[in-house]
Design a protein around this ligand. Structure first.
Ligand SMILES: [Zn+2]
Length: 343
């Protein structure tokens, strides 16, 4: 019996320690914690008060008309209250720390960013929007090349056999940058899941696309055979993240493996196949690899705005431009090859 008690005590201590270690330095700070707790009760940090913090202990808001008392609306209100309390307590705490000559620390896993018009990470949002725009430009010029510049076959279809695969790729890329912009503007559970899910969908799909193009899989049945197991895995992983557990460590591993696999496939194939635009492939892969270092070397935001993650979103802008240029070259190259064979 005694041994049982020791075990329970031991497990409790370990889980408490894990909880402490799991928190970031900023939100483990007692002064910050007291500030947030006080703010959630009174709705104020110093002179600044938040009307959205006015809900009673039962979670039913007071002085709001009945039609506004929807559960979803209340949830938003609670999120708003919590996020405003955390934000202004963080600003106050960081100001104090700065006065003592201390550098910034992370709060709830994130650096202390300054908001602009309520947008949490304005620089990352701007770069995400630029990425989206570059993808749209790339996809549009690919579309124009295929259907207006290159010759079409008798059925008015492009000769290039990977056209529809790249159209879907363009859509998934733009979708993922859209949710990235939303997530960096407002970080709540829902926007985080949408961002993570669309990144996983994009990475999984582009791995399938890389395999199909590299091994010249043109037959419909063979394409399904290759895609099915990967699609099944990616779908399961997305469901796991959304409905079971948003496990950051595991998700990071899955994403890194899928990303590295396709980068290696492209690089090696570029050399082996002597593809006429292999230099572009190499630039994208080397650039992408170097950009990944920014995610590892995670420095705090300069002036509260420009951090390593935002810079990493900036580096993908020129790389995306080169990448779509490679895709257009590939379409031209394969179309020319097919026409040569036909003659
Ligand atoms: Zn991001």
């Amino acid at each position: 019996m005694m041994i049982d008690h020791y075990w329970i005590a031991f497990i409790m201590v370990v889980s408490w320690l894990l909880g402490v270690l799991d928190a970031s330095a900023g939100d483990a700070d007692l002064q910050y914690r007291a500030c947030v707790k006080n703010c959630e009760e009174t709705g104020c940090v110093g002179q600044r008060c938040f009307p959205q913090c006015k809900f009673s202990m039962e979670g039913v808001s007071i002085d709001v008309p009945w039609y506004m008392r929807e559960p979803l609306y209340l949830q938003w209100k609670q999120w708003d209250c919590q996020s405003d309390c955390r934000y202004y307590c963080m600003l106050d705490r960081e100001k104090e720390r700065e006065a003592f000559g201390h550098g910034p620390v992370k709060y709830h896993g994130k650096w202390p960013f300054k908001r602009v018009y309520g947008i949490q990470e304005p620089v990352s949002v701007a770069f995400s929007a630029l990425n989206l725009a570059i993808h749209f430009h790339g996809w549009l010029s690919f579309f124009i090349l295929l259907y207006y510049k290159l010759p079409l076959n008798k059925d008015k279809k492009a000769y290039y056999e990977y056209a529809s695969l790249w159209h879907i790729y363009g859509f998934l890329s733009m979708n993922s940058w859209f949710w990235s912009a939303v997530f960096h503007s407002r970080d709540v559970d829902l926007t985080e899941k949408l961002d993570y899910s669309s990144v996983v969908a994009l990475l999984g799909y582009s791995l399938i696309l890389a395999i199909l193009r590299i091994f010249n899989v043109r037959n419909e049945a063979a394409r399904v055979m290759v895609a099915a197991p990967l699609l099944a895995f990616v779908t399961t992983h997305i469901m796991y993240l959304n409905f079971y557990k948003l496990d950051y460590g595991w998700n990071m591993k899955v994403c890194v493996v899928m990303a590295v696999a396709q980068l290696l496939l492209w690089v090696i194939w570029g050399g082996v196949s002597r593809h006429p635009s292999r230099q572009k492939l190499w630039v994208v892969v080397v650039g992408g690899g170097l950009a990944m270092l920014l995610e590892i070397y995670d420095f705090p935001p300069y002036k509260g705005f420009l951090d390593a993650h935002a810079l990493w979103h900036a580096t993908t802008i020129p790389l995306t431009y080169i990448w779509w240029s490679f895709i257009r070259d590939d379409a031209e190259f394969l179309t020319a090859n097919l026409l040569k064979k036909a003659k």
